[in-house]
Design a protein around this ligand. Structure first.
Ligand code: PEP
Ligand code: MN
Length: 277
């Protein structure tokens, strides 16, 4: 089976041939503009998230990211600030006006996450957590559904279908790299997914070059490539001091690097008749 033959009456392109625009906190994702979501991997403290929020906004990001509940491979690494992280995200939202995307790992946390978020993130590790998808399907809040690290595009589209079948049509897809035999990068960013998904679904498709490469120096090149390939947005990790980040420091851009990356992305967007706002 491949995405060519998938049965997805709600997520499939035929359901809305003109494409879907998801609106979150006044920002339209899936429209003419390329929307950049940026911020740290994890919320670490008030000064960190506030300075990152202000820096990414100044550089042109439209959505603030930051994990409060962090899925970590090792249980001995930073798990996120949890409720306190959500409180700090709400503070950063109030300070900057940027809508917030943050991960929900467990249906039991949905209510508290929704109180501080404008977009619910379902992480790669939970793409096929069907009880979580079904629960999110009953919510009326946009969802950023990340591709499972070993998920085919058919499985990915069907995960979106699970959310939509519950009644929540506001799904944004995010290619974040897949597992391959190549060890030089954390993941292999599958940019094939962008035109393939755009052909087979009406949902907006964004790209995460941070997790897709795991290497900050590669992020600008792959961000530009993603926009050229037709992505509706980008998810980029940014940290005031990546060397001291509590998670994913090696793939985080500094504020300065993020600023120059935004200028480069803007030029690529203009070349294909799009803009960053
Ligand atoms: C993240 O966005 O920080 C994250 C954990 O991403 P993923 O689920 O794609 O690994
Ligand atoms: Mn991360």
């Amino acid at each position: 089976m491949s995405i060519e033959t998938v049965v997805a009456p709600l997520a499939g392109r035929q359901a809305r041939p003109e494409g879907t625009i998801v609106c979150a906190g006044g920002v339209e994702i899936g429209g003419p503009a390329v929307v950049v979501f940026a911020g740290p991997c994890a919320v670490e403290d008030e000064a960190q998230i506030l300075s990152a929020a202000r820096a990414v906004k100044a550089a042109g990001a439209r959505v603030l990211r930051g994990g409060a509940y962090k899925p970590r491979t090792s249980p001995y690494t930073f798990p996120g600030l949890k409720e306190d992280g959500l409180r700090l995200l709400a503070l950063a939202r109030a300070a900057t006006g940027l809508p917030v995307v943050t991960e929900v790992m467990d249906a039991r946390h949905l209510e508290q996450v929704m109180a501080s978020a404008d977009i619910l993130q379902v992480g790669s590790r939970n793409m096929q957590n069907f009880t979580l998808l079904d629960e999110i399907g009953t919510c009326r809040m946009p969802v950023l559904l990340k591709r499972g690290m070993s998920a085919t595009l058919e499985e990915y589209l069907l995960a979106a279908e699970h959310v939509m079948k519950g009644g929540n049509q506001q799904v944004i897809l995010c290619e974040r790299g897949i597992r391959t035999f190549e060890p030089s990068t954390r993941n292999t960013l599958d940019l094939n997914a962008v035109p393939m998904l755009k052909r087979h679904t009406h949902l907006p498709v964004i790209v995460d070059p941070s997790h897709g490469t795991g290497l900050a120096w590669m992020v600008p090149a792959m961000a530009k490539a993603a926009v050229a390939a037709g992505a509706d947005g980008l998810l980029i990790e940014v940290h005031g001091d990546p060397s001291r980040a509590l998670s994913d420091g090696p793939q985080a851009l500094t504020f300065e690097e993020f600023g120059s990356t935004m200028a480069a992305i803007s030029a690529v967007a203009a070349a294909i008749g799009r803009s960053l706002s």
